[in-house]
Write a protein that binds this ligand. Structure first.
Ligand SMILES: *Cc1c(COP(=O)(O)O)cnc(C)c1O
Length: 219
């Protein structure tokens, strides 16, 4: 099941420039598969289920950086708050409040990304630009002292239409540029690009790609 992970990882890495962080998306995959990638030099892993990520973090090496990449429910923040490296999909004020207060009781400053809604598909989570702008203003005003906004995250429409995907990534990149001017030096992460579209995302300015099936095989 885990055959060839190190090779697949090398092939993906060859397409990812050194200034772009590769997050290996290991959701649903066994710990042995993660360990194989880790032993091949991979340190950043992405999961989308809080309890699964918690269990894996307890079983696997302590210096792994765990990324929460999917939609996060408020009542599950507690499972990951003590160890999560970066929360990608923050898409509401209430979730931001929950992360901030849990971070405070854990004594951590927790890094997050705001998720922008860029896909045409109706089902995707994320903030429209005005909402995203409003949350950035609150953060700048110091309303969430236990979180640190590191940047933006987004998912393009799942489509073979590469022009559409490119246009969606370019939209997020333009929002990122606007916010970067206001938010200062810690705002340095633009998380976009998955197995099927990370090449386009990198061309559009991504600084962090989240790649699962191209490394671990299909789920
Ligand atoms: C599953 C997932 C990925 C990785 O998808 P692949 O197509 O397997 O590379 C990236 N980002 C998010 C938010 C995901 O849920």
């Amino acid at each position: 099941m885990t055959e060839g992970i190190a090779d697949a990882l090398m092939m993906v890495k060859a397409n990812v420039p050194a200034n772009v962080t590769l997050v290996a998306v290991s959701k649903t995959k066994p710990e042995a598969a993660i360990l194989e990638a880790y032993q091949a030099g991979q340190q950043h892993f992405g999961e989308n289920r809080p309890q699964e990520m918690q269990a894996k973090s307890e079983a696997l090496p302590e210096d792994i950086h765990w990324h929460m990449i999917g939609h996060l429910q408020r009542n599950k923040v507690k499972y990951i708050i003590s160890f999560v490296y970066l929360i990608h999909g923050v898409d509401s004020e209430r979730l931001l409040q929950e992360i901030d207060s849990r971070a405070a009781s854990t004594g951590r400053i927790v890094d997050i990304l705001l998720q922008g809604r860029i896909a045409k598909e109706e089902t995707k989570y994320g903030l429209e630009y005005p909402e995203l702008d409003g949350l950035c203003k609150q953060i700048r005003a110091g309303e969430y002292p236990n979180i640190r906004l590191r940047g933006l995250m987004g998912m393009a429409t799942f489509s073979d239409n590469r022009d559409q995907v490119r246009a969606e990534f370019e939209t997020l990149a333009s929002w990122y540029k606007l916010k970067k001017e206001e938010m200062g030096e810690h705002f340095d992460t633009l998380s976009m690009g998955m197995s099927g579209d990370y090449d386009i995302a990198i061309e559009a300015g991504s600084t962090m790609v989240r790649v699962g099936s191209a490394i671990f095989g299909s789920r």
